[in-house]
Design a protein around this ligand. Sequence first.
Ligand code: ADP
Length: 429
Amino acid sequence: MDTSETGSLSPQALDHAENPRNIGPIDPHNGHARVTGPCGETMEFWILVERDKVEEASFTTTGCDSSRACGSMATCLAKSKTVEDATRVGHADILSALGGLPPDTEHCALLAANTLKAACRDFLARRDTKMGEERSMKDPDCGSCEKSQCPAFEREKGESDRDFADRRQLHSRLCRVGRKILVMSGKGGVGKSTVAVNLAMALTMAGKRVGLLDVDIHGPSIPTMLGLEGEQVLTHMDELVPVEIGPLKVLSLGFFLRNQDDAVIWRGPMKMGVIKQFLKDADWGDLDFLIIDSPPGTGDEPLSVCQLIGDLDGAVIVTTPQKVAAVDVRKSVMFCKQLRVPVVGVVENMSGFVCPKCGEATQILRSGGGMKIAEDMNVPFLGAIPIDPAIAESGDDGRAFVHSHAESPAARAMRGVVDAVAALDRRTQ
Ligand code: ADP
């Protein structure tokens, strides 16, 4: 053992590094995963789940002492939890249980958390496959609807084998999503991603199963806003496994960029391809809501999303108060009407500034444009969110302001959006 490394470990971490618990394969097991981290180390996990509880968990690693400590701690944290709860054991839980690690080996905790998550996913996928086989009377792809009623069951005229297979797969995924909601805006920087993140978080806080899909290909800011920078999307049996933060499942192109500053320069068909892959190949499981953070404007990318999904349940249009923004809202509403996407409503962001000291409201940008245009276009107005420095800070620090500043005027205004979307709830099985 390299004593220069062990010397910097906390007593708990040192104990787990020197006496790793639950090491080596277990048999029988019903969940298994092997993951290689960016550092080149490979970790392997086995779990045995009985009556939904993780009865046994074990691991091996090719890595260093910190890696051994993290694997050992992850297995201890997973044991006796339900498999869903074990999936949520994060790198922060492992680090905290070990009393911290030297900064240059903290990535070992992420590798351990990701490998445990992948083993739990493997168990869930095996269980789903078994349940799917038992539903022989239903659509063989998804089991959500009867064969005779499934719109994806019939091949369309002139459709190639590949397109038919893709359409069926896409349908079988989206069949398991209760409501699909697009968050859109006429231009960038108006707070669309902020609204999408806070809407998704607020719905999970209300007990809903929620997925957040960031298809803002040129500015994927969702990982930063949720404190998920550096997280990796795992693939399991050719499926993308969304990153989980508590009960929220998240997928963003940001997870695939090696460096935050990497620019994405893609042509239309490539953008369409990646959006399709996110929808078709991601294992979202059963969701009450899928919130889609669309790229700004009414161009190719929002169009791709609408065309691929086909039956979006609603669009939330985010705007700012100035008069010029009215043109963008008008375009967004027309876009939705043409594509037959119901408009949930318009939300005016950055609407006035409420002084945190005296509580006085100042109109920095001329206010009221969102409400006026919503009235003119006969769509609901969902509320006005003031400029609040805490919103920008929360976004930069990876926290949702509905959570961290729940009683602020901005969070109260956000509730209008959340209530309008929650009212659309239709529970899936
Ligand atoms: P978009 O998705 O429309 O490009 P973002 O949601 O990324 O916009 O927001 C742009 C920036 O403005 C972010 O730094 C965000 O934290 C900040 N922001 C958004 N809404 C507010 C607000 N009401 N008050 C203060 N800052 C805000």
